[in-house]
Design a protein around this ligand. Structure first.
Ligand code: PMP
Length: 308
């Protein structure tokens, strides 16, 4: 890698990213035997502070993924949390970043091994995933079905799950779309390849339930919370039909990485006026004010990196 001077947390040490090497025969390398989190931290210039968003919730979900995969991992919640803080601080970032925290199956075992596990945490400078001048993205409904709890659970945030995401995303891009929306094994709307989905119909904000073959997304929970409690919007978690995507007034995808992204068409049918909708705009504004620590609300969702 050229000019990558990042420091990475790797197996208990903070080292240059180029020095972090994983055994090619390890189950993580051969079979995608790993679980991970994708976090974000936002730079607040006025506060001269970098805030990690919902660190606690990410650590909690990582531990659940470790449990469901039956990984033997000797790192506890405090250690997992502190290691994220340590590596972000070590890189001295003063800009928005994304953080990948991965617990992986190391050693020379196979896909059924339960140890040895270890971890890396890699932060990287990252702005918005889609350029802000883009009003929204154009999606198709995937011909690939979303993985389900009956086979490869989307609730476990494991590396191997993203091969289903890959099939959908690559198909979408081959056909000239920006991204894709999966249906689940019941034929109901599930999620995007790396995001959850909200639609707006007749002033009501709707999202598929956690049983719709989705990751239990932290951004989704955040939006449900602020929409209900801060914005007093009418919000419902229920199954969504494919054709509701064609007649929705607004649609957006959400996730730590994509943040909030309006969808302006699905299968080439425009969503509303193919613009960012009014409800999306209000939710997006509050979301960014909260994650960056501009809003006085929900400061307890932020972890400060630097001592003031
Ligand atoms: N679904 C999938 C498949 C994802 O990869 C992500 C991103 N982690 C999400 C949903 C959104 O989850 P979160 O809001 O916790 O980032």
């Amino acid at each position: 890698m050229i000019n990558d001077e990042r420091l990475i947390w790797f197996k208990g040490n903070i080292i240059p990213v180029e020095e972090a090497k994983v055994n090619v025969l390890s189950p993580t390398s051969q079979f995608g035997a790993n679980v991970f989190e994708g976090l974000r931290a936002y730079w607040n210039k006025a506060d001269e502070q970098l805030y990690i968003f919902k660190l606690e919730e990410h650590i909690d979900r990582l531990l659940k993924s470790i449990k469901m995969m039956r990984f033997e991992c000797c790192y506890d919640a405090d250690f997992l949390r502190q290691s994220v803080i340590d590596i972000v601080k070590a890189n001295k970032y003063k800009e928005d970043i994304a953080i990948r925290q991965t617990v992986f199956m190391d050693g020379f075992g196979s896909w059924s091994s339960t140890s040895p596990t270890d971890m890396f945490i890699a932060p990287i400078a990252k702005g918005r995933q889609y350029p802000p001048e883009k009003i929204g993205i154009e999606c198709c409904v995937s011909s690939w079905e979303r993985i389900s709890d009956k086979s490869l659970s989307p609730k476990i945030k494991m590396g191997a799950n993203y091969m289903n995401s890959r099939m959908g995303q690559m198909e979408a891009m081959r056909n000239g779309y920006d991204s894709t929306i999966f249906l689940n094994d019941q034929g109901k709307v599930s999620e995007g390849p790396g995001s959850c989905i909200f639609i707006v119909r007749d002033g009501q904000l709707i999202t598929p339930p956690v049983t719709a073959s989705i990751l239990e997304s932290i951004t989704r929970s955040t939006i449900l919370d602020i929409a209900r409690n801060d914005l007093a919007l009418e919000v419902i978690e229920r199954d969504v039909d494919r054709t509701e995507l064609y007649i929705a007034d607004e649609i957006f995808l959400c996730g730590s990485a994509v943040e909030i992204v309006p969808v302006i068409s699905v299968d080439r049918l425009s969503v509303g006026n193919a613009e960012k909708g009014s409800m999306t705009t209000v939710i997006e504004k509050l979301y960014f004010d909260i994650v960056r620590g501009i809003s006085a609300k929900h400061k307890n969702w932020l972890t400060s990196i630097y001592e003031i």
